[in-house]
Design a protein around this ligand. Structure first.
Ligand code: PL3
Ligand code: FE2
Ligand code: FE2
Length: 231
């Protein structure tokens, strides 16, 4: 199994590994922090799901603490400034949508795009992680499926009314994800994660989510590849 050989070959304490980890670890910490804030905002926008959304927000702050411990365990200082810039556009689009009460756009950005991105990244990371980080990440990824499920269920129940806004939000935000992947490609490779595997896993998760919500196979293909060719 090539993946096992790769694991054996990774030196978690080399300067090269730690340098790449300072950015990837920061991205994950910042992503969990922003996910926490986004679910708190969604709890305001969707009072009927308030308790559930507050519990998702709480999970996100636990995830953040877990990944901070992963960095500490390798004596890595996360580059938080890099991570804030990494998320800037997606974060801004979420906040603009929230300010206009566009719940569908907020759910697409956080519960579909960001959660699928996280699920893909964590699934690809688990086999090449150090033992400490692997245990943490395995626990986290289980929660992320339930966050994705929240978005799927809500959007499925409101599919016809949400359809147009979902299309527009997808067109606005999915190309940003491909750019984000390009920005982490080199660092992810140092950690043993290939961009092609991340793209593939993301497209599978995101495509399944769109299909569960109610889009046809044809729409799923069109929506989930939006902007990919240009990336
Ligand atoms: C939502 O619950 C969490 C949001 C986190 C987003 C993470 C995106 C990660 C992309 C970077 C690829 C490498 C990940 C390595 C995993 C430790
Ligand atoms: Fe999370
Ligand atoms: Fe999450």
């Amino acid at each position: 199994m090539p993946q096992l050989e790769a694991t054996a070959a990774i030196d978690f304490h080399s300067e090269t590994y730690k340098d790449a980890y300072s950015r990837i670890n920061a991205i994950v910490i910042e992503g969990e922090q922003e996910a926490n804030e986004n679910y708190l905002k969604l709890a305001e926008l969707l009072p009927e799901s308030k308790d559930q959304l507050l519990s998702l927000a709480k999970m996100e702050s636990r995830h953040k603490k877990g990944f901070e411990a992963c960095g500490r365990n390798l004596s890595v200082t996360p580059d938080m400034e890099f991570a804030r810039q990494f998320f800037f556009q997606l974060h801004k689009n979420f906040q603009d949508a929230a300010a206009q009460n566009k719940v569908v756009t907020c759910l697409l950005i956080q519960s579909l795009i960001i959660e699928c991105f996280a699920i893909a990244a964590y699934n690809i990371y688990i086999p090449v992680a150090d033992d400490f980080a692997r245990k943490i990440t395995e626990g986290v990824v289980k929660d992320e499926y339930s966050h994705l499920n929240f978005g799927e269920e809500w959007l499925k129940a409101n599919f016809e009314a949400s359809r147009e806004e979902l299309e527009a939000a997808n067109r606005q935000n999915l190309p940003i994800v491909w750019q984000m992947l390009n920005q982490v490609e080199a660092d992810a490779r140092v950690l043993g994660m290939e961009k092609e595997a991340l793209v593939e896993d993301f497209m599978i998760q995101y495509g399944e989510a769109l299909s569960n919500i109610g889009f046809s196979n044809r729409d799923v293909m069109r929506l989930s590849a939006m902007g990919l060719a240009a990336a």
